[in-house]
Ligand binder design. Structure first.
Ligand code: NAD
Length: 501
């Protein structure tokens, strides 16, 4: 990403000087919530207040949906030529790139992500997302079928109308971009309700869309709590689809709201407890262990597809654990996320820290062996830190190996037989991702087929690009983000049958 030469002091100075507009963004204008309510954005690294964000309620959702509905109805976006919309997307991506440092800073300050990760992962991937879906705008086409003589049958692909996007805090800008970019590329108008914990970059994303020439009202943002603004959006009769990334529990609730309101479409990207299987014939144990460490401790484990279940064959178990413990403590030492050298920041809040520590206590009470970490970071009491933690001796019945923790906590199972590993891996309500480490190509194929997950990595973890449909089996969701498959989810087909006789 752009400027990697800023040092720790430079980032601290930039953070102190950062000015943010934390209003709602409706009809191309920043505005306060109708009732004047605000939410304090708190830095989880030190508890300091960063900003007061407008706290939208149902009345603000009504205003934003009315704006999007008007923009949809008068065609100010969908009736632009595809080329004109592509030009706006191009300028939008360029503006996001030009503001990358401040956007990265907003991620770090609001949710504790290391600034180096924000700059090297979140920003580049958000840019690729906008560019990929922008490039796809004029590649969408319908079809003319082989209908009877004296008829013609066209199948057209049309946008849905007003799309409500509800996004989480773990990759605030990127998860919003995964929803908003394909929805807009398909020709819809959008109301985004970002997470109340980390919304600053999402507000800026919408402002930059308008600065790039995007018509007002096409992309609106209402910040606010899920139970209030999120619920109102999901129940709104003028919303054609809710596109959601977040927890499985809230995803279930959204399907109920759809049934209670207008049967809007509901696409869900939800939780995970992803297994990584390490076979004794893997090519290089050191590489595999390093990727296992990254897979669970990147973003402090707050990753939907975090490799939180490590299934390690008995033959390599002891060597694996020894290297994991030795490497993890040095690779992921807690630090101030504004320091470019830091790879492990705090978790998103003290409330979440307590939840993660509660899971750790439960793991100990259930009899798992604590091999690494297991506590808050005593050196940083003001921050919501959790040490990188590894449990060994985990058995399939233990909560630590079944429940999504969403923190830097790995649960390691030891297995003897391949079938046993597959059974462990699939014994979950989740099915987002999985990985297999082996140098036997037949075994790899067999395991890819046997694993119940939307994404399976072989001899790697977390790799991919925009062509990769990303989403889960089972209670990890019902849709795919990224890829052209995702774009299709923001459109519907219309069949037009002509009588030419
Ligand atoms: P969350 O479910 O608590 O919140 C997600 C969003 O839903 C927020 O904007 C929140 O305000 C809103 N919300 C909460 N209650 C609501 C309600 N009743 N009605 C409407 N909206 C409501 O999740 P989170 O804590 O922000 O994120 C963590 C979760 O997200 C984890 O479970 C993680 O696995 C999941 N996640 C999944 C993916 C994926 O691609 N599958 C990616 C990132 C995160």
């Amino acid at each position: 990403m752009t400027n990697m030469s800023i040092d720790y002091a430079g980032w601290q100075a930039r953070a102190a000087a950062l000015s943010v507009d934390a209003g709602l963004f409706i009809e191309g204008q920043s505005c306060a919530a109708q009732d004047g309510a605000v939410i304090e954005a708190i830095n989880p690294a030190n508890g300091a207040k960063i900003a007061e964000m407008a706290c939208g309620s149902a009345a603000d959702i009504d205003r934003a949906v009315a704006s999007a509905k008007q923009a949809w109805g008068d065609g100010r976006w969908r009736y632009l030529t595809p080329r004109a919309r592509m030009d706006i997307f191009r300028r939008w991506a360029d503006l996001v790139e030009a503001h990358a440092l401040d956007l990265a800073l907003m991620e770090t300050l609001t949710m504790g992500k290391p600034i180096t990760d924000a700059l090297t992962i979140d920003l580049p991937e958000s840019l690729v997302t906008i560019r990929y879906f922008g490039e796809a705008i004029d590649k969408v086409s319908g079809s003319v079928t082989n209908s009877p003589h004296d008829t013609m049958h066209m199948v057209m692909r049309e946008p849905l109308g007003v799309v409500g996007a509800i996004s989480p805090w773990n990759y605030p800008l990127l998860m919003a971009a995964w929803k908003v970019a394909p929805a807009l590329a398909a020709g819809n108008c959008v109301v985004l309700k970002p997470s109340e914990k980390a919304a600053l970059s999402c507000i800026r994303l919408a402002q930059l869309f308008v600065e790039a020439g995007g018509p007002a009202g096409v992309f609106n943002v209402v910040t606010g709590y899920g139970q209030d603004a999120g619920r109102a959006l999901a129940l709104h009769p003028d919303v054609a689809k809710i596109s959601f990334t977040g927890s499985t529990g809230v995803g279930k609730q959204l399907m109920i709201y759809a049934g209670e309101s207008n049967l809007k479409r509901v696409s869900l990207e939800t939780g995970g407890k992803s297994p990584q299987i390490f076979m004794p014939d893997l090519q290089d144990l050191n590489t595999a262990v390093d990727r296992a460490i990254m897979g669970i401790f990147d973003n402090a484990g707050q990753v939907c597809n975090a490799g939180s279940r490590l299934l390690v064959h008995a033959d390599i178990h002891d060597a694996f654990v020894e290297r994991f413990v030795e490497r993890a403590a040095s690779l992921y030492a807690p630090g101030d996320p504004l320091d470019p050298a830091t790879s492990l920041g705090p978790v998103v809040s003290h409330t979440h820290q307590h939840s993660v520590l509660g899971h750790i206590m439960r793991g100990m009470a259930d009899g798992a062996a604590l091999a690494l970490g297991g506590a808050a970071d005593a050196a940083r009491p003001a921050g919501a830190y959790v040490q990188p933690t590894l449990f060994t001796g985990v058995t399939p019945d233990m909560a630590i190996g079944r429940e999504e923790i969403f923190g830097p906590v790995a649960a390691l199972f030891r297995f003897e037989r391949e079938e046993e590993a597959i059974a462990f891996a699939n014994d979950s309500i989740y099915g987002l991702a999985a990985s297999v480490w082996t140098s036997d190509v037949r075994r790899a194929h067999h395991m890819v087929k046997a694993l119940e997950a939307g994404v399976v990595w072989v001899n790697c973890f977390g790799d991919g690009d925009m062509t990769q449909p990303f989403g889960g089996y089972k209670q990890s969701g019902n849709t795919r983000d990224k890829s052209l498959e995702c774009l299709a989810g923001y459109m519907q087909s219309k069949s037009a049958w002509f009588n030419l006789a």
